[in-house]
Every structure is written in structure tokens, then in C-alpha cells.
Write a protein that binds this ligand. Structure first.
Ligand code: BJW
Ligand code: ZN
Length: 254
């Protein structure tokens, strides 16, 4: 992390923006869970460096080799079950409690499927890309728990016998409509919009900041490295979310 006084000044600026806001929206991505041991997707050490997106995160990939994809998600389910929220997740949960205590709100929108925000105590989390904790029927959408053990065959639905699938959003699939609509609504009413640990490369999630900017919100980015939104934001903080968020969310000294 850049520890120059300039960086400290930008943290203070961002902290003041958050401190004065009553409606805060936070969009998170895989970078916030990196300190919990969950890999990110893009860049060094990222999942897509080792596995082909087309094979593991598209409906066509699942069609080609359902068991391979199913078991990849069961292994990620296990990885998430073994992981614990880190100080970044905890700072956002604490900030939500503090804002609500003074009549404000914090809407947490996440692209992550690992459930760590909820485990840290965040309420009403909007999961744009689904959840690793659930499977659903391809035909009738009946939901079931996603197992953490690998299987010899992709399980069938208890209700209708059709094939189950992980309840996540793959490329080319629509986001859950009600969840996305709630995220757009909150973003377009935000005083402050915070983007954390995301490469801001995957749409429509990456477009939420446009809704916030369009209605005059102040914007803050917390990410290890610059992204396409860095030049759009009011304050860009480049470093680790688990180190920066606790400083950003710290209660006022007064
Ligand atoms: C740290 C850190 C630390 C590391 N601290 N930071 C507009 C333009 C172009 C294309 C499109 C468009 N609109 C739609 C598209 C197509 C497509 C898309 O966006 N393609 C782009 C790649 C170009 N989008 C879709 O297909 C979406 N669906 C859709 O648009 O449907 C339309 C439709 C409508 C009606 C009917 C039918 C269709 C769906 C997108 C689904 C994405 N799914 C995945 C998999 C989910 C399940 C799973 O996890 O397996 O979601 S892909 C993957 O990317 C996952 C993530 O949620 C998502 C975002 O990744 P994220 O979280 O940003 O991770 P990284 O790795 O990219 O970035 C991490 C960052 O953290 C890095 O910058 C690091 O530096 C940083 N970092 N450690 C702070 N400690
Ligand atoms: Zn079914």
C-alpha cells in the first residue's frame, strides 16, 4: 500500500464523504474476499488464469460437461465454508450498523457468491451473481442447498427430476431481475457510491456506478490496482480492502 501522506489525505477525504452521507451504496467484487483466501478471477493468481471462462462460467460449458462444472462449484462451496470474513467485510457490516443508527442506510451490492458479507453481519445483501450456497432446478427452479462434497453424477430435482445446477449467474445469462432492479434503484439514490475489490469489467454490475454518477453521487474506489472506473471516481484508493476499509469506516474521533 502507498503510505504517503497523499494517500492518508485521500483516505481522510473518503472518510469524510462517507461520514457525511446518509445513503451509501457499496458494490463489492472478489478482491474483498482475497484476504479470506478466496481467489479472484482476473490477473495474477486469478481463476481465469488456470481455467477457461467458456468451460466453467457459461451455460454452454455446463451443457458440455455438467459434472465437471458441478464439482468445481462443490469444491468452491467447500472453500467458502472454510473461509472466514476478513476486516474488510467486517468494516462494511459495522458501517451499515452505524449509518442505520443515525437514520441513514447502506445498501451492499455484491458480485460475490461466497456468503462472507452475510457471515460478517451485513443485512439485506443484494447478490447480483447468485450464491454458492444454493443449487436450483434447471426446469422448475426449485432450490436446494449446494453440497460441499463432489458427486459421481449431477443430482436431480426432488420435485420434477430435472437436472440441478449451481444457483449462480454465468456469462450470457440475465441477473436476477428483482435484485438488479433494487441495485439500480439504490445506486441512483446514493449520496456516496463505493466500489471495492472489483476490476469493474463485468456488466451490468460495472455499470451501476453510472447510475450513481448520473444523479450526482460522490464516488470512491478501493482496489489493489487502477481499473476503468478509477478516472471517474471522486477518490481512488489503491491498496488492500482489508486494510483500507477499516480506516475508511472508522467512527469519527469527535
Ligand atoms: C483487490 C484485492 C484486495 C485483488 N483488496 N482489491 C457491456 C459491454 C460489454 C459486454 C457486456 C456488456 N453487458 C453485458 C456484457 C456481457 C457480459 C460481460 O460483462 N462481459 C465482459 C467480460 C465484457 N455480461 C454478462 O454476460 C452478464 N449477463 C448479461 O449481461 O445478461 C444479459 C441478458 C439479459 C437478458 C437475458 C439474457 C441475458 C452476466 C455476467 C455474469 C458474471 N459471472 C461471473 C461468475 C459468477 C459465478 C462464479 O463466481 O463462478 O461472476 S464471472 C466473474 O466475474 C464473477 C464475478 O462476480 C465477476 C466480476 O469479477 P470481479 O469480482 O470484479 O473479480 P476480478 O478478478 O475481475 O477483479 C478483482 C479485483 O480485485 C482486481 O482488480 C484486483 O486488483 C482486486 N484485488 N486483491 C482490494 N486484497
Ligand atoms: Zn425441478
Amino acid at each position: 500500500m502507498n503510505m504517503s501522506s497523499d494517500f492518508g489525505g485521500r483516505i481522510s477525504e473518503a472518510r469524510a464523504l462517507v461520514g457525511q452521507a446518509s445513503r451509501v451504496v457499496v458494490l463489492t467484487g472478489s478482491g474483498i474476499s482475497a484476504a479470506s483466501g478466496i481467489p479472484t478471477f482476473r490477473g495474477t493468481g486469478g481463476i481465469w488464469g488456470e481455467m477457461r471462462v467458456e468451460d466453467f462460467a457459461t451455460p454452454e460449458g455446463f451443457e458440455r460437461d455438467p459434472l465437471k462444472v458441478w464439482n468445481w462449484y462443490t469444491s468452491r462451496r467447500r472453500e467458502a465454508a472454510d473461509a472466514r470474513p476478513n476486516p474488510g467485510h467486517q468494516a462494511l457490516a459495522e458501517l451499515q450498523r452505524r449509518l442505520e443508527a443515525r437514520g441513514g442506510s447502506l445498501v451492499l451490492v455484491t458480485q460475490n457468491i461466497d456468503g462472507l458479507h452475510q457471515e460478517a453481519g451485513s443485512k439485506g445483501v443484494l447478490e447480483l451473481h447468485g450464491s454458492l450456497l444454493r443449487a436450483r432446478c434447471e426446469a422448475c427452479r426449485h432450490a436446494a442447498d449446494m453440497p460441499a462434497e463432489t458427486a459421481d453424477a449431477v443430482p436431480a430435482c426432488d420435485r420434477c427430476g430435472a437436472r440441478m445446477r449451481p444457483d449462480v449467474v454465468w456469462f450470457g445469462e440475465a441477473l436476477p431481475q428483482d435484485v438488479y432492479a433494487a441495485a439500480v434503484e439504490a445506486s441512483s439514490r446514493a449520496d456516496v457510491f463505493l466500489s471495492v475489490g472489483t476490476s469493474a469489467a463485468v456488466y451490468p454490475a460495472a455499470g451501476l456506478i453510472e447510475w450513481a454518477l448520473g444523479s450526482g453521487a460522490k464516488t470512491v474506489e478501493v482496489n489493489l490496482e487502477p481499473t476503468p472506473i478509477s478516472r471517474l471516481v471522486t477518490v481512488a484508493l489503491h491498496g488492500k480492502a482489508d486494510e483500507i476499509l477499516p480506516r475508511l469506516a472508522a467512527a469519527d474521533d469527535d
